[in-house]
Structures are given as structure tokens and as C-alpha cells.
Design a protein around this ligand. Structure first.
Ligand code: COA
Length: 260
């Protein structure tokens, strides 16, 4: 039987999804797109899952973007279907009601960098290299790269990276704010798990609302953003978790949040 193109492991409320096509540097074919979409859809309704980590199998690559071997055999309509599917998938990841951490364990090109951009937080191995290299193939980033990269690193740097199609090292990615942290390759997953564990100490409804307020608020003017924040805050007020937080503070103990 063929190996699963997506591996899923879970421990202590943290799910790790591993893109598992190492022979092609974890490039996305239709099968892997559908597998990831299915997993994300399921995780949305898993209240026991607090954080998702996405990484790539093997030591060389996080994800080398679209599977260019599959692409060569696709008709123009099928290419459109691929781009439509991958763009919507990455938006679904961005909109997931829980934090998603990209563990960029190696090469992340094209759709690989676009996947990392759709995640909330990016940690990279020192050996990683990232880039939106599509223009070198006479196409453009089609899974959100032209939109998310300038929003993250500013339009000047984004244009430089997209127009040249060049790759940046993990250290350079850190310097321009493309990644949050750089780790020794062997320490990357532990660092992601440590961050996930810290997130697990917080209130689930609070995290979902904070993510919503940040994502939606950044796309609008300040006053509308503040109104979004206000509505998001109001949703936390009637929760049992909010009262638990206050009780735990009073009783000098760790709170136990249930997402209620
Ligand atoms: N699609 C399909 N196969 C890919 C791939 C992709 N995007 N990226 C790498 N592979 C395959 C290679 O064809 C090779 O398979 P082979 O041994 O059967 O020939 C294998 O992965 C290893 O890649 P290789 O090129 O030998 O390794 P490298 O270290 O010399 O270079 C890359 C790695 C990622 C820099 C290079 O493969 C590359 O440029 N890939 C294309 C990346 C890209 O442009 N992505 C954007 C797509 S829109």
C-alpha cells in the first residue's frame, strides 16, 4: 500500500501534521492537498485540540511547492483547479479557530513558503531556506503569496523577493520578520512543542477570538478593527473559563480551562 501523504500525531492537545512526500521534497500534488484539507476540516471541530503544528517529512524540505511533475501533465483547467484548491486550503488554515505553527524544517519554496505564510507563527531550522520562486517559472505565487508576504514583511521586501524569485536563508528570513525564530534543526520540533505548550495554558475561546480579531482587524481601518476587538472580547465575558481564570488567580493555582 502507498504511504500516507499526510501523517498526523497528537499529544497533549497538540496535533502535528507532517507533509509526507519526502522523495519530491514534500511537494503538493492533488492527493496531499485533499489530505491536508480533510485534516484541517476535522481539527476545526476538535475542541480537545488546541494547537496545530505543520512540518515536512525528512531533513531536507518543508515543502518544495507545487508538484511540478504532476503539473506538467495537467491541462490549463486542471492547473486552475489546483490553484483554486491550494489557495482556499491555505485560507482555511489561516482562518482555523486555533493557532497553527509552521515548523519550517528545510527548503520551503513557492507553495511551501505560502503555506508557512498562512500559518500564524513560523519557526525555522537554521538550515531552512525560503522563497517565492514562481516568477522563475513564468507564473506568480497563487496561494496567497502576493498578498500575505507584503502584509508580513512590507511591500518593498516582498516585491524584491517575488520579482527576483530568490531564496533567503533562515537568518535572513528572521531579519525581515518572515519567521519568528530560528532553531538548530534538531531542536526545531521541541521549540514548536514548547510554544504550543505555552499556548495550551491559555483559554481556548480567548485564543480563537484573539486570532479572529488580529486577522480581521489587520484587514480594515483602526476604528473597525477596534469594533471587531470589542465584539471578540464580549464573547469571552459570559464564559466559564473567564470565571475559572479569576478563581484560579484568587486561589493561587493554575486555571483549568475547558473552552466553555
Ligand atoms: N515538484 C516535484 N518534484 C520536486 C519538486 C517539485 N516542486 N522539488 C523537488 N522535486 C524532486 C526533484 O525532482 C528530485 O526528484 P528526482 O530525484 O526524481 O529527480 C527530488 O525532489 C530532489 O530534488 P533535487 O532537485 O534533486 O534536489 P536539490 O537539493 O538539488 O534541489 C530544490 C532542491 C527544491 C531547490 C529543487 O528541486 C527545485 O528548485 N525544485 C522546484 C521548486 C519550485 O520551484 N517550487 C515552486 C513550484 S510553483
Amino acid at each position: 500500500m502507498a504511504e500516507d501523504v499526510l501523517l498526523m500525531e497528537e499529544k497533549n492537545g497538540v496535533v502535528q501534521l507532517t507533509l509526507n512526500r519526502p522523495a519530491v521534497m514534500n511537494a503538493f500534488n492533488f492527493e496531499m492537498l485533499r489530505a491536508l484539507a480533510g485534516a484541517i476540516e476535522t481539527l476545526r471541530f476538535r475542541s480537545d485540540v488546541r494547537v496545530v503544528i505543520i512540518t515536512g517529512a525528512g531533513e531536507k524540505a518543508f515543502c518544495a511547492g507545487a508538484d511540478l511533475k504532476e503539473r506538467a501533465g495537467l491541462s490549463p483547467v486542471q492547473v486552475k483547479e489546483f490553484i483554486f484548491t491550494i489557495r482556499n486550503l491555505f485560507t482555511t488554515i489561516e482562518d482555523l479557530n486555533k493557532p497553527v505553527i509552521a515548523a519550517v524544517n528545510g527548503i520551503a519554496l513557492g507553495g511551501g513558503t505560502e503555506l508557512a505564510l498562512a500559518c500564524d507563527i513560523r519557526l525555522a531550522a537554521a538550515s531552512a531556506s525560503m522563497g517565492l520562486t514562481e516568477t522563475r517559472l513564468a507564473i506568480i505565487p497563487g496561494a496567497g503569496g502576493t498578498q500575505r508576504l507584503p502584509r508580513l514583511v512590507g511591500r518593498g521586501k516582498a516585491k524584491e523577493l517575488i520579482f527576483t524569485g530568490k531564496r533567503v536563508s533562515a537568518e535572513d528570513a528572521l531579519a525581515i520578520g518572515l519567521v519568528n525564530q530560528v532553531c538548530a534543526p534538531e531542536a526545531l520540533l521541541d521549540a514548536c512543542q514548547a510554544m504550543a505548550a505555552e499556548i495550551c495554558e491559555t483559554g481556548p475561546i480567548a485564543i480563537a477570538q484573539a486570532k479572529y480579531a488580529i486577522n480581521r482587524g489587520l484587514e480594515t481601518d483602526l476604528h473597525t478593527g477596534l469594533a471587531i476587538e470589542s465584539n471578540a472580547y464580549w464573547l469571552t465575558i459570559p464564559t466559564k473559563d473567564r470565571l475559572e481564570g479569576l478563581a484560579a488567580f484568587r486561589e493561587k493555582r493554575k486555571p483549568v480551562y475547558k473552552g466553555e
